[in-house]
Write a protein that binds this ligand. Structure first.
Ligand SMILES: [Zn+2]
Length: 83
């Protein structure tokens, strides 16, 4: 378990809050309006960051962006969301 209160933890939580704020104004693409063969757009359920996947996206998780996966693995995501 990684120690909470480190500068890395604080920076990760601060960056999460900044990312979530920046992503709040993104105009979201509706996948059903895209031509066949287009990359599919998803949005991180924690911060809203766009996740771009090829059509066969069902082979991958699309719930969280890379940064939020890292936060979740370190046990910091719930705290970041609560900020
Ligand atoms: Zn995210």
């Amino acid at each position: 378990m990684t120690k909470i209160g480190t500068s890395m933890h604080d920076a990760a939580v601060r960056q999460f809050v900044e990312r979530r704020t920046a992503c709040a104004s993104i105009v979201r693409v509706r996948n059903e309006t895209l031509p066949a063969g287009s990359a599919m757009m998803f949005y991180c359920t924690a911060c809203g960051f766009p996740i771009i996947m090829p059509e066969h996206y069902f082979l991958h998780q699309t719930r969280l962006c890379f940064e939020c996966v890292e936060l979740e693995e370190r046990g910091w995501l719930e705290e970041a969301i609560a900020q």
